[in-house]
Design a binder for this molecule. Structure first.
Ligand code: NAP
Length: 275
């Protein structure tokens, strides 16, 4: 039996087992995907001996996403540029570390809004781990200007230095005005999450052809997406990104490229609703 896992601390909240075990069942594979709660003290040993533990690979989540970069025999270019790895597998017995968040982000956007305007400026809110994957994905599509706004401006400045001159930093307070002339707004902050603070932004300046993408997926329909829809804008929710980022890892571990279907979306959405 092939075994894969998600490694985090804590990891109880993860929906990755639901996704991967659904696919294992759907494609009648002899496999299992489990949670591994691993603390800071033992994470290096754990990842270093993943193969000896009987795993064909796995995912890495908060707070360990930087660890594989130091241990893996090879780090894929995406993971290197993003500064974090979320997917591990073996090639010729060697540990490889990749990052599939940028793939998940852009695949879901292309699917939901195929004609989104990559030739216009985009606004990205937030400068945390997820923002790095989003910047990487948008720059790969040659978006000419990314207006990056974060509560802590220095963190946005650091990302702009790393990702290059297309990333233009502006003050968090100017976020509503920054939307003028943009083709895409992406929220990568944790604002709007269930039980947390709301994201306050006025969408009036966004052109009517723009798309609004909220990578927060609890709740599935955030207040930002509801406000965008009320204005007639196209919207993209965060759950599809989560589902699509799981595809490359599953394909490597189990040898089948799985489909992100409406049935899977419904299954995970129901789980989110249950809380
Ligand atoms: P992170 O590294 O902790 O970054 C959090 C971001 O939110 C920072 O930019 C932070 O700004 C901002 N923020 C937090 N509280 C704020 C407040 N009160 N006012 C203004 N800004 C605030 O987290 P992350 O890993 O990037 O994740 C961010 C969100 O994306 C989470 O909701 C996560 O669930 C979601 N996510 C979704 C997917 C998906 O597949 N859909 C994947 C990854 C993450 P400061 O820098 O000023 O603190």
């Amino acid at each position: 039996m092939k075994r894969a896992c998600i490694i985090g601390y804590p990891v109880a909240h993860s929906r990755s087992p639901l996704i991967h075990n659904y696919w294992i069942d759907k494609y009648s594979l002899n496999g299992i995907y489990v949670k591994e709660s691993v603390s800071h003290e033992t994470i290096v040993d754990f990842i270093s001996s993943l193969r000896e533990k009987g795993y064909v690979g796995g995912n890495v989540t908060i707070p360990h996403k930087h660890v594989p970069l130091q241990i893996a025999a090879r780090v894929e270019p995406e993971a290197q540029a993003i500064g974090a790895a979320n997917t591990l597998w073996f090639e010729d017995g060697q540990l490889i570390a990749g990052n599939t968040d940028a793939y998940g982000f852009i695949t879901h956007l292309d699917e939901q809004v195929p004609d989104w305007r990559a030739d216009l400026p985009a606004v990205v809110l937030g400068a945390g781990g997820a923002a790095r994957a989003v910047l990487y994905a948008l720059l790969r599509r040659s978006v000419p200007e990314i207006r990056l706004l974060n509560r802590t401006r220095e963190k946005a400045e650091r990302l702009a230095n790393e990702f290059g001159p297309a990333v233009q930093v502006a003050d968090w307070q100017t976020r509503s005005g920054a939307l003028a002339g943009c083709g895409l707004l992406v929220n990568t902050t944790s604002l709007g999450m269930a039980g947390g603070q709301a994201l306050e932004i006025d969408l009036a300046a966004l052109p009517s052809a723009a798309a609004v993408y909220d990578i927060v997926y609890v709740p599935l329909q955030t207040a930002l997406l509801e406000a965008a829809r009320a204005r007639g804008l196209r919207t993209v929710d965060g759950l599809g990104m989560l589902l699509h980022q799981a595809v490359p890892g599953f394909a490597r571990w189990f040898g089948v490229r799985p489909q992100v279907t409406a049935e899977l979306h419904h299954l995970v959405a129901q789980d989110i609703l249950r809380g």
